[in-house]
Write a protein that binds this ligand. Sequence first.
Ligand SMILES: Cc1ncc(COP(=O)(O)O)c(C=O)c1O
Length: 362
Amino acid sequence: MSTRICPQPGIMEIALYQSGSSSIAGRDDVVKLSSNENPFGAGDLARAAYARAGHDLHRYPSSDHASLRAALGDRFGLDAGRIICGAGSDEVISFLCQAYAGPGDEVLYSRHGFLMYRISALVAGATPVVAPERDRCTDVDALLAHATERTRLVFIANPNNPTGTMVSLPEITRLAKGLPAQALLVLDGAYAEYAEDYDGGAALVDTCENVVMTRTFSKLYGLGGLRVGWGYGPQHVIDVLNRVRGPFNLSNIQLAVAEAALGDAAHVARSLSENARWRDWLCNRLNELGVPTDQSHANFVLPRFHDAAQADACNAALLADGLIVRQVSSYGLPHCLRITVGDEAACRRVAHVISGFMEGQK
Ligand SMILES: Cc1ncc(COP(=O)(O)O)c(C=O)c1O
């Protein structure tokens, strides 16, 4: 390595992100349950829009994303002028860190928060700060206790990945109101649609100058491979983020397909009802099998095994059956496995393998 050509401080502290694997050599009946993808894929309207979008490959895309923002505004009852779109909500998270946090600043999140908060903070040269959780749940008092005059951003995912747990709106409001004046609260709503009666914090954004919400098309809309996410915030924040955003950060294809997906009410309804049904079934079944699993509000569950060795052994049993789930030691949960809620057949297959595995542990 050259001793003169060095990256910015913090960059080499970033562990390379390991995404969920998708294949097992020699098997063609693999089910991937490691990245919280929609088991039904993209809807028909999105697929049709994808086929049509190929006609405009020579054209630059819209740089203000006006049509998609208007559709999002209509769908969720939001001010389209205060929406920003990115290549996945990951990109919106990184805009926030680039714009608001730098050397000497702190970016706060909770113990089992999404890995990109730490990565984006380090890329921006800021210092990641971790607050403890209570029973795998975001602890507002702990976050408030860890906020200092250097805190610029506070991230919470609600529901949280990888725990699937949630904090209530009154608690989030208490957090927003209790933070120091220079700190911006980011409510990451990647899984917001899966939680009942939850707007992702949109109403709070409308009443607080220090709250931003991020959302994605990657989960419920089945478009993880397309890379489209968005954020909603106070005008002063969106004006800042639009200065950081590249003018053509989303392609014609991304914009057209995301807008079509938003209008596919039948696909959304089916995805939501099947997820709720099989998520609750899987949680109950795992608890019956002696593997404690919190009630999840998202599209995955997090069974807790006796220890890391038992979780690793169960992972090996699942892999032997062609089921790829996520090991979560990088989140500080080596005794757990994160399992995406698949369709009925996948959930039954997971329960069957774990049942056999637990029998063998007796
Ligand atoms: C909590 C959370 N936030 C954000 C994201 C980023 O999703 P995307 O960049 O695909 O929108 C994910 C993806 O897994 C996530 O789990």
